[in-house]
Design a protein around this ligand. Sequence first.
Ligand code: PLP
Length: 441
Amino acid sequence: MTLSTAAVNRDLRLSELFEILPEESGVTDEGVLTIGGVRVTDLAQQYGTPLHIMDEVGLRRQMRRFVDGLQSRWPNSEVLFASKSLPIVAAYAIAAAEGMSIDVAGGGELQLALAAGVDPQRIHLHGNAKSDAELTMALDAGIGAIIVDNFDEIARLEELVTQPLHVLVRVIPGVDARTHASQATGGNNSKFGLPIDQATEAIARLNAHPLITCDGIHLHIGSQILEAEPFGEAVAKVAPIGEFPVYDVGGGLGVRYTYAEQPATVDEYLDAIVRSAKAHLPADAKILIEPGRSTVARAGVTLYTVNTVKHTGKTFVAVDGGLADQLDIALTSQRYEAIVANKLNEPWSETAQLVGRQCESGDLLVEDAPLAETERGDLIVMPVTGAYAYTMSNNYNGALKPAVVFVSNGTSRLAVRRETYADLLETQQVAIDQDWTAVPN
Ligand SMILES: Cc1ncc(COP(=O)(O)O)c(C=O)c1O
């Protein structure tokens, strides 16, 4: 059978599309995107939009790739889910069920992990400015380890600790991996961690405390790093600090947001770390990694409804969300793809500015997006938005934070309900109940 040019083009675009859509994606005969066997049109109807949709089967598979992949290369190892990338109870519970431990970066994430039923011993706490309340919360919960960032924190821990405590010290490895400036954390001017000479002093001081054991060191060179080599390089850089039972290499593996990007695979990433570990670290050391973005990004998409289409200087397709639910795009200028999810059978004939509804010109979701001809009421899907989108959602212009729904095998289950106007008003009820016409006497 010979295919028409249109059909060939359609198949080409669709095959590219399925490389960045969630693993369990499909398309109906009518051209409607399905995720986890559920039509996005049905999800829009049931849960409303904007909506974060997570492919549960694909997510679990990806978690296993990290856990089994590291285990097979370096058996004495542990994979921690960097929960900042998707801090919701369902993600904590699924990560724990798939063999991951959890890294939290504050009291709120710690509360969510505990609420999800994660064993406290499998939780690590990060942060460059932890409060006394957060340190106390972590100590009371009996978490597995605290990642110590600085000497002020050491002084406070020395006072607060009442029972044996395990810690790691965060080291600045001096590796400038190529990524967006806001996502680089491994260079010498990083606000996170201590340079190697100070880290050595910190380790000695911690170990001098009768209740504190420093098990080793932690590093994290940044996020959305597309190459594997910098991870191996970082291991080599910190090895001279000394021999320890534990080396935590952090997270940071990049993901494929657009058809054009080609990040290292999970296997290439693990190979780079383990190759360097075999060359530079003690053979009996334990290796920890903390993938966040690369665990959850591809499993998630965001679903929007088109509210307006207008043809002025350019064609503007405006959706019912924006930087209130995709702040990461405005922060990093990362390019994304977008599709008209109810028109996958139609040619992508339009080039449009896909914009949000928040009052900022910077609320541009995708510049010059190739889209099918779009009209009000169509559904837009932004692939690869499983990481950091929900995390950074906010109430700009009074936007309500979207719901999060997990789909698998033709069914859906709500993981986070949509915020309501009542939620929005609740924290300000104290103001509603007062008279603001004049300054109080
Ligand atoms: C200490 C630490 N570990 C892990 C991560 C996760 O990084 P990513 O989501 O890029 O894998 C971060 C993210 O900034 C981090 O700060």
